[in-house]
Design a binder for this molecule. Structure first.
Ligand code: HEM
Length: 495
């Protein structure tokens, strides 16, 4: 997540919701106000480094990692007109996410997310957030997710089947969209009782647009006041309408009694918003569906893409994985229970999320003055919690730019909890973490059982710091069938 464009528009950017409030911030820790002012955190002097947003935009990941390496776990800097502190030191991250979270709210840098997320679980705080999270939480209970294993493997089987043709012809394909569709399929079936792949042709362009629209790209059209009817503004409106339209169709299906009774949609329709004491409105329900859809499929699709990319680049990792898959599964479709017996697979996924954390940064605004690690954090300033820089910190990780799943073997346990946080932490930890991990492991296992993916050298890939850490420009892979000595048919014969 990154820098929104709200600072540059003059009309309200929140066209779906009613703008951000500081709801719930009244509980901001009073203790912090008494904590004294503390020192000024280290950082580039003069505050000019990030004064130029274009410089930030050009090489965001390298700059943030460099700041952390040069100045340490907390770095003070100016970004445009804002004072920000990048926080990557484990004890500082823990302070913001877990020890004093009420002082750190979504704030100004989250406002751009309202454009597509609306005011939902991701973009609200306090009582409003709690009410929304409570409705969806039961759908993420571990037992329930484990029971959803066959839905995941069925959806992966469809993907394997769709790759038969490119595997036969040897024609490289861009795997990113296919993996996004997979993530949509799983999410829709498990949470909405609807197969979102049916809507993918409409949704994928919206997602591509929204990933840029919600952050600063430095393009002039984003900086113009929003009431000027530019081509960009018309596009924005069109894509918002498409997304809202799909979510309305799903809600209407449920209102008409044709949806699943066991879905987040039905749960919202059957309950009231405890903050207003009234049934959830269409807009509120839509915001919740958009939130789960956008936060859930894009991150998981990115993580899957990066994991397959890393495996394709490391023959030794692929060999170890193949050995584990053959030993534990012997060619059959994995179950959720099998995952307990495949520790190497989990290490590969963990390492992928270290190296390429899909949510590479998430911001907060300080409600009151605070002190973090002896350093003063002024009220109203912004904290950038940056998993990417933390995960590439050479003080914590030996040779951080190398992909090495051995970092996550049991012998290396004992690392600080907040040295590695691809899913955030504290009460706002990702609600979909267990679902994402299940899905990624099952999908990687099934794909590697069936196919060998190799990168096309003429199409290099790099991480782009959009809302998520997107592999760009595309991930072209050649797909070839794995030589089968096992009951291969089974892998593609479900569904
Ligand atoms: C590899 C996949 C995923 C990654 C890396 C990821 C990462 C994160 C992170 C870092 C946060 C915390 C953001 C913050 O504190 O500001 C978050 C929050 C969230 N995630 Fe995920 N996520 C993933 C998958 C999912 C899935 C599958 C879903 C739902 C189906 C989901 C739904 C959400 C929601 C709704 C929130 C907001 C939670 C709240 O504020 O209470 N995520 N995610």
């Amino acid at each position: 997540m990154a820098i929104d464009n709200s600072a540059f528009g003059t009309a309200p950017e929140d066209r779906d919701g009613e703008g951000m409030t500081a709801a719930g911030t009244g509980r901001a820790a009073t203790a912090t106000a008494e904590a004294g002012r503390g020192r000024t955190a280290p950082g580039p002097t003069g505050g000019v480094l990030f004064g130029a947003l274009s410089e930030f935009k050009k090489d965001t990941l390298r700059l943030l990692t460099e700041m952390q390496r040069r100045y340490g776990g907390i770095v003070r800097m100016k970004m445009g007109p804002y004072l920000v502190h990048q926080v990557t030191g484990p004890e500082y991250v823990k302070h913001v996410l877990q020890n004093n979270p009420h002082n750190y709210v979504r704030g100004r840098f989250y406002r751009g997310f309202n454009l597509f997320f609306g005011r939902g679980m991701l973009t609200t705080d306090g009582a409003e957030w709690r009410a929304r999270r409570a409705v969806s939480q039961p759908f993420f209970h571990r037992q329930r997710l484990r029971a959803g294993g066959p839905v995941i493997t069925d959806t992966v089987s469809d993907l394997l089947r769709s790759w038969e043709e490119p595997a036969r012809t040897g024609q490289p394909i861009d795997i990113t969209d296919d993996l996004m569709r997979l993530a949509m399929g799983v999410l829709g079936r498990l949470l909405y009782g609807v197969d979102l792949r049916d809507y993918a042709d409409r949704l994928l362009p919206v997602v591509r647009f929204s990933l840029k629209a919600m952050i600063i790209t430095g393009e002039i059209e984003q900086m113009l006041p929003r009431w000027i009817p530019t081509r960009y503004q018309r596009q924005l409106r069109r894509y918002q309408n498409v997304l809202n339209g799909v979510m309305d169709e799903i809600i209407d299906l449920h209102r008409a009694g044709k949806g699943s009774p066991d879905s987040v949609v039905s749960a919202l329709l059957a309950s009231t918003n405890p903050v207003t004491g009234k049934p959830w409105t269409q807009r509120e329900i839509r915001a919740e569906l958009k939130t789960l859809f956008l936060a859930g499929h894009e991150t998981t699709g990115c993580a899957l893409t990066w994991t397959l990319y890393a495996i394709a680049q490391h023959a030794d990792v692929r060999r170890n994985l193949d050995e584990e898959l053959a030993r534990v599964l012997g060619g059959r479709v994995p179950t959720v229970a099998d995952l307990d017996n495949m520790p190497y697979l989990r290490q590969v996924v963990d390492e992928s999320l270290r190296m390429y954390p899909p949510i590479w940064l998430f911001p907060r605004d300080a409600v009151q003055d605070d002190v973090i690690g002896g350093y003063h954090i002024p009220a109203g300033s912004t904290i950038l919690v940056t998993p990417y820089a933390a995960h590439h910190n050479d003080a914590t990780w030996e040779n951080p730019e190398a992909f090495d799943p051995e970092r996550f073997c049991p012998a290396h346990k004992g690392r600080d909890r907040y040295a590695y946080f691809p899913f955030g932490g504290g009460a706002r930890k990702c609600i979909g973490m267990d679902l994402a991990l299940l899905e990624i492991q099952l999908a990687v296992a099934m794909i590697c059982q069936r196919y060998r993916l190799s990168l096309v050298a003429s199409h290099p890939v790099h991480p782009a710091a959009l809302v998520s850490l997107r592999p760009q420009p595309k991930v072209f892979m050649k797909i070839s069938p794995v030589e089968q000595t096992q009951p291969a048919e089974e892998l593609a014969s479900r569904s």
